[in-house]
Design a binder for this molecule. Sequence first.
Ligand SMILES: O=C(O)c1ccccc1N[C@@H]1O[C@H](COP(=O)(O)O)[C@@H](O)[C@H]1O
Length: 212
Amino acid sequence: MTSTRIKFCGLSRPEDVAAAAKAGAAYVGFVFFPKSPRNVSIETAAELAAEVPVGICKVALTVNADNELLDRITDTVPLDMLQLHGKETPERVAEVKARYGLPVMKAVGIATEDDLPTLETYVSVADQILLDAKPSPDDDRPGGNGVAFDWTLIANRRWPVPWMLAGGLTPDNVAEAVRLTGARQVDLSSGIESAPGVKDPAKIAALAKALA
Ligand SMILES: O=C(O)c1ccccc1N[C@@H]1O[C@H](COP(=O)(O)O)[C@@H](O)[C@H]1O
């Protein structure tokens, strides 16, 4: 069993949940963002969440969600964490955390050294931070694009809250990413798919093997 904690994100079918659990998932993520090929309805997410074994953290990923959407999600889906993957400010992160009483993970896009100070603005309000590749202006979603950032930018950097590495990770590159960055947690979505939005059980198993 790997010591690296894995988040399998963008699950949309019961068999995805089963494959992630079998591979030793620490977290599973459900995407609530209509522009994503991984978008699930609140009802589907509730059904999937009910299948998640005890001990695996169930995460709802939203992008600039308002309270009305977050109310509906949290009223219906049994969750353990909220992942904010948009342009939410530190004040909004604090507001969401207080309103829902759930741990919050804030995603921050990284492209160059200049993006690193942004991380510091969230460490006092977020329970975890997630370092993802910064989307390009042409991307119609802020994550799940299968793009990696330059991992050497964060080699030997540490933050006072738990953090997760994301962006373009695959079974083929995840071990090197962990070695270079020292990440103890990784988050994958498109790298474990056979087509956009379709999780591949063989890639999920290969990912776990790559970190074993
Ligand atoms: O997965 C999506 O479609 C998505 C949509 C909007 C925001 C974030 C999204 N995914 C998250 O992005 C990172 C990196 O994904 P990938 O492995 O490069 O495909 C990860 O945290 C996903 O959960």
